[in-house]
Design a protein around this ligand. Structure first.
Ligand code: HDE
Length: 720
C-alpha cells in the first residue's frame, strides 16, 4: 500500500499553508505586457490596422493576427451558472481555535492555530450575471478550503433551510423563480406569478419563504450576514465514530439588513453595491471575518430532537443544541482577475476530505450529482480541476486522462491500475486506510420512491421563526409578502399563499391578505389541498433569539457616514465628531453640492468627496449635518440635499445635526430628540459648544451601532 500522504505533510508547521494557494496562483499570473505578441509569441507590428489589399481595399483572409484576435474575442464568454450566476469572490484563510480531533480526522481541523487558505464566493440565486446585488433573494455562501488533504467545499447559503426537501423538485423550483419563459421577465425577482404559483402548491416551502420574506434576504453587506451549511453532515473521527453536524458562519460585524425601499433604490443607483462593499473593505485593509460554528449531535440523540435532521427545511434551534465556535475565517485578498478566479471557481458539496461525510438528506444527495455535471458544460470539459483557482495545494495523481484542455503532462507507458510496468511490484497503489473512508452506515431497506413521514411537518418551524422576530421585523415580513403578492396577477394564487400562511400564524395571514383584494385566509382550504402536511412537532421553545437580527448595539467599523455640507459650513465641532467616528472605525465622506471645495465659515476650503446626487443617502449608514447658518440655509434650499436627509430618516438611519443644522431638520418637519415634544429615535442634536461635542460624538457612535431606529413615528408620511 502507498504511504498515506497526510503523515508526511502534517509535519509542516501550522500557518505554513496559508500562503500556499497565493504562491501557487502567482505561478499562473501575468502582469500587463508592453510588447504585444500573438498567442504563438509572434510580435505584433500594428495593433490598430488589419492587413488590406491597398489602404482602402478589402481585408485579407491571410491576416492571421486579426483572425486570432477576433476569434478569441468571439469565444470570450462561457455559460453563466444556471443558478447563483451573479457573485463575487475573495481569498483568505481559515484559522482553527479548537482542535476537533475528538470529532473528526480532517487534517485541517486538528491543530490549534493551523491556517488553511480559502476562496469564498458569495452570490444571489435567481438573477443573471449582470443583475443587481440588492434584490430580495437568498445569498450563496460558498467556501473552498485548500487543505493539505485535498479541497473541501462548504457550499452553503445565508439562510439555514431550503425551499424543497428532495432534489427531484429543484429544477421545478428554479424554473418557477427564474424569469418566466415566454417573455423572460422579471429579472432577479421572485415577485411574479410562476414563483408564487409553485410555492403555494408546495407547503414544504413555507419555512424558507418566511426567511426569504424577512430582512435576511436583503443584507446590508455580504460582510454582515451569516452563512449556513444547511444540510446535516457527518464528522467522523479517527476511530470511525460519527457525529451529525450543522455548520454556521457568524459574522464579526453582526448581521444587518437594508430596508426594502432602500434595497430597490440601490439596485438602480449602484447595481454592484455588495460587490463594491466587499472589494473596498478588503482593499482598505478592513478584512471581514466570520467564526465557524458547529452544532454537534450524537447520532443516537438525533431522534430525540423531535424533527428529522435529514429534512433540509428544518434547522436545529441554537437553544436546543448550542453552536460551538471553533475557528475564524478572514478574507484578506481581492482577486487579480474576476474571470480567472471568481467565474472559473467550481464548488461542489461532494468535495469532502477524510473525516467529513454526507448524510442521507435527499436534497444533499441530489446535489452530489449536480455540481460536477454542471461544470462540464459551464467550464467546457472534465479537466476544470486543473484551472488555477480550482487546483488543490496538495499534489493529485490518478489515471484519469486526456479530455478537453488537459494541462498535466502525464509521463510514461502506464495509464491504468493495477500495473507492474510503472511500479515494478504487484502492490496496489490506492490509499487503503489512509484514503477517504465512507461512513459505513448500515442500510437495509427496499427501494422506494417516497417521502419519509418524518418530513411531514411543514409549519412548526415557520411559526418558530415568526415568533422569534421583533415587532419591526414582523412588519417587514408582512410588507414583503404584500409587495410580492401584489405583483401576482392571478387572485387564486394570492389566496393559496395566505391560506397556507394561516397555518404559520393567523394574524400574519390576515395582515398579509388585507391589501390584496382577496378573501380572508382560509386555513381549512389549505389543509384540503393536495400535498398539504401538518404533522406539527411540539418544540420545547416558543421562540429563539438567534433567529432574529434585532440588535441592541454593535461595532461601527466600516460604517459609512455622510457629512452633508454647503458653503458656510462650520467645521470646529464637525471635526471632533468626525474624529470620534474615525476612531471607532467608521468611514466619513464629505458630500456637497459639487465636487472640488466648499468654503467654510472661517474662510477655509473644505474638500468635497461626493455630491448629493452622485452618492445619495442610500449609500450611507448615517448622516452628519454640521453647524453653520449659511450652510444650513443652503442645504434647506437644495432639493437634492433635502431629499438626502429625508430619505435617510425614512430608512431609519442615524442622523446627527450640530448647531444651526437643526434648522434644516425643522424645515423638513423632522423632530429631533430633545429639541421638540415629539421625539424621533436616532436623531441627535448637539450644540456646537466645545463641552457638548465629546458627548455628542459618543452618542452618535452608539446610535450608529444600533444600525436602524425602528421607533420613528409616521415614517410612511415622509416623502422620499
Ligand atoms: Fe446549489 N447549485 N443546488 N444549492 N448552489 C449550484 O453549481 C443544486 C442548493 C449553492 O459560488 C450549481 O457550480 C441542486 C442548496 C451555492 O459557484 C448547480 C440543488 C444550497 C452555489 C447547483 C441545489 C445550494 C450553488 C450552479 C438541490 C445551500 C454557488 C453552478 C438538489 C446549501 C456556488 C454550480 C458558486 C450552485 C445545483 C440546492 C448552494 C447547478 C441540484 C440547498 C452557494 O450545480
Amino acid at each position: 500500500m502507498a504511504q498515506p500522504r497526510q503523515d508526511t505533510q502534517r509535519k509542516a508547521k501550522a500557518g505554513d499553508s496559508a500562503a500556499a494557494k497565493v504562491k501557487q496562483l502567482e505561478s499562473f499570473s501575468q502582469g500587463p505586457e508592453n510588447q504585444l505578441t500573438t498567442n504563438q509569441g509572434v510580435p505584433i507590428p500594428d495593433n490598430h490596422n488589419s492587413l488590406k489589399a491597398g489602404v482602402r481595399g478589402p481585408t485579407l483572409l491571410e491576416d492571421f493576427i486579426l483572425r486570432e484576435k477576433i476569434t478569441h474575442f468571439d469565444h470570450e464568454r462561457i455559460p453563466e451558472r444556471v443558478v447563483h450566476a451573479r457573485g463575487t469572490g475573495a481569498h483568505g484563510y481559515f484559522e482553527l481555535y479548537k482542535s476537533l480531533s475528538e470529532y473528526t480526522r480532517a487534517d485541517f481541523l486538528q491543530e490549534v492555530g493551523a491556517r488553511t487558505p480559502v476562496f469564498v464566493r458569495f452570490s444571489t440565486v435567481a438573477g443573471s450575471r449582470g443583475s443587481s446585488d440588492t434584490v430580495r433573494d437568498v445569498r450563496g455562501f460558498a467556501v473552498k478550503f485548500y487543505t493539505r488533504e485535498g479541497n473541501y467545499d462548504l457550499v452553503g447559503n445565508n439562510i439555514p433551510v431550503f425551499f424543497v426537501q428532495d432534489a427531484m423538485k429543484f429544477p421545478d423550483l428554479v424554473h418557477a423563480v427564474k424569469p418566466e419563459p415566454h417573455h423572460e421577465m422579471p429579472q432577479a425577482a421572485s415577485a411574479h406569478d410562476s414563483f408564487w404559483d409553485f410555492v403555494s402548491l408546495m407547503p414544504e416551502t413555507t419555512h424558507m419563504l418566511m426567511w426569504v420574506m424577512s430582512d435576511r434576504a436583503i443584507p446590508r453587506s455580504l460582510r454582515m450576514m451569516e452563512g449556513f451549511g444547511v444540510h446535516t453532515f457527518r464528522l467522523v473521527n479517527a476511530r470511525g465514530v460519527a457525529h451529525f453536524v450543522k455548520f454556521h458562519w457568524k459574522p464579526k460585524l453582526g448581521k444587518h439588513a437594508l430596508v426594502w425601499d432602500e434595497a430597490q433604490k440601490i439596485a438602480g443607483k449602484d447595481a454592484d453595491f455588495h460587490r463594491r462593499d466587499l472589494w473596498e473593505a478588503i482593499d482598505q485593509g478592513n478584512f471581514p471575518e466570520w467564526e465557524l460554528g458547529l452544532q454537534l449531535i450524537e447520532e443516537s440523540k438525533a431522534q430525540a430532537l423531535g424533527f428529522d435532521l435529514l429534512d433540509p427545511t428544518k434547522l436545529i434551534p441554537e437553544d436546543m443544541v448550542p453552536v460551538q465556535l471553533v475557528g475564524k475565517m478572514v478574507l484578506n485578498r481581492n482577486v487579480d482577475n474576476f474571470f480567472a478566479e471568481t467565474e472559473q471557481v467550481a464548488f461542489h458539496p461532494g468535495h469532502v476530505v477524510p473525516g467529513i461525510d454526507f448524510s442521507n438528506d435527499p436534497l444533499l444527495q441530489g446535489r452530489l450529482f449536480s455540481y460536477t455535471d454542471t461544470q462540464l458544460s459551464r467550464l467546457g470539459g472534465p479537466n476544470f480541476h486543473e484551472l488555477p483557482i480550482n487546483r488543490g495545494v496538495c499534489p493529485f495523481h490518478n489515471f484519469q486522462r486526456d479530455g478537453m484542455h488537459r494541462q498535466t503532462i502525464n509521463k510514461g507507458q502506464v495509464n491504468y491500475e493495477p500495473n507492474t510496468l510503472a511500479t515494478g511490484s504487484e502492490q496496489r497503489v490506492d490509499g487503503g486506510t489512509g484514503g477517504f473512508q465512507s461512513y459505513p452506515e448500515e442500510i437495509e431497506s427496499p427501494k422506494v420512491r417516497r417521502r419519509s413521514a418524518s418530513f411531514d411537518d411543514h409549519f412548526s418551524q415557520a411559526t418558530l421563526f415568526w415568533n422569534s422576530q421583533s415587532p419591526a421585523e414582523k412588519e417587514h415580513i408582512i410588507a414583503a409578502f404584500q409587495f410580492e403578492l401584489s405583483k401576482v396577477a392571478v387572485p387564486a394564487i394570492r389566496q393559496r399563499v395566505v391560506d397556507n400562511l394561516a397555518h404559520v400564524d393567523g394574524k400574519l395571514a390576515r395582515k398579509v391578505a388585507e391589501p390584496l383584494g382577496i378573501g380572508a385566509p382560509d386555513a381549512k382550504a389549505a389543509a384540503g389541498r393536495a400535498g398539504f402536511r401538518e404533522a406539527r412537532t411540539k418544540l420545547p421553545i416558543e421562540s429563539s433569539a438567534a433567529l432574529s437580527m434585532e440588535t441592541a448595539g454593535g461595532p461601527i467599523q466600516t460604517r459609512k457616514v455622510a457629512i452633508l455640507v454647503a458653503d458656510g459650513v462650520e467645521t470646529g465641532a464637525m471635526k471632533i465628531v468626525q474624529q470620534a467616528l474615525l476612531d471607532a472605525g467608521a468611514i466619513c465622506k464629505v458630500v456637497g453640492p459639487h465636487l472640488g471645495f466648499v468654503s467654510t465659515s472661517s474662510g477655509q476650503q473644505l474638500a468635497v468627496d461626493f455630491t448629493y446626487v452622485n452618492m445619495p443617502s442610500v449609500m450611507f449608514d448615517a448622516v452628519l449635518v454640521p453647524s453653520g447658518a449659511a450652510s444650513a440655509r443652503a442645504l434647506a434650499a437644495n432639493g437634492d440635499a433635502v431629499h438626502f436627509v429625508l430619505e435617510a430618516f425614512k430608512h431609519f438611519k442615524t442622523i446627527c445635526v450640530i448647531g444651526e443644522g437643526v434648522e434644516l431638520l425643522r424645515s423638513l418637519g423632522i423632530n429631533a430628540a430633545g429639541s421638540e415634544s415629539v421625539v424621533a429615535a436616532g436623531v441627535l442634536v448637539g450644540k456646537s459648544e466645545p463641552t457638548a461635542r465629546v458627548q455628542l460624538a459618543q452618542d452618535f457612535v452608539a446610535a450608529i451601532g444600533k444600525h436602524r431606529h425602528w421607533g420613528r413615528a409616521n415614517v410612511d408620511a415622509v416623502p422620499a
